[in-house]
Design a protein around this ligand. Sequence first.
Ligand code: SAM
Length: 215
Amino acid sequence: MTIDDKLTAMVNYQLTARGITDSRVLDAMSRVKRHLFVPDEEKGFAYDDRPLFIGSGQTISQPYIVALMTEILDVKADHTILEIGTGSGYQTAILAELGREVYTIERIKALHTQAEERLTALGYKNIHYKLDDGTIGWKEHAPFDRIIVTAAAPEIPERLFSQLQVEGRMVIPVGGKIRQDLQLVIKRSNGDRKIINHGGCLFVPLIGKEGWQND
Ligand code: SAM
């Protein structure tokens, strides 16, 4: 099987067959080659239906979870997006395919540096990188149309919510360290929030001022 065959099978059997319908998301997931984002020893499994190790004790989510979070986020072509947890840069690339500008924050230097080098080499020009605690957001570029958090928070970080545009959407796993709920948070014009639960998930912890205090 060629890489293209594996990618097509991933999109058909892991995404479309499980209910991902947004054609922009499916197209973006068809364009970004996942094997370019994982270490050599994981490349053989890059299109499998599971998370993979990316170094520094962190993981890249299974393709279905990336697609589900992206579909729920509902990114439009003119959107500015804040991503917390750059990791390998795979989800960042999907977001950069869909939106106008992506601001991504990672707290682990090795991952931050590698992802920036990787995405720059792949030609992405609409991504901005920061090494920091993402739970405090990126105030200088707020408000954001969309915010996605790819690590598990004990609760919705208030500073991130304050940096969300009115009628903006945030997708974030919220709960304990062992299991979380994937939540869609919509900011209403009066500042209230509507929370829609999209089921159980399992993410590495969000570590920071408004996250967990340690691993
Ligand atoms: N979306 C990534 C990808 O496609 O490879 C995978 C993200 S991984 C599941 C979660 C990432 O969040 C890890 O790289 C971890 O270091 C990072 N992280 C955890 N707490 C963070 C924080 N407070 N600020 C920024 N990044 C954080």
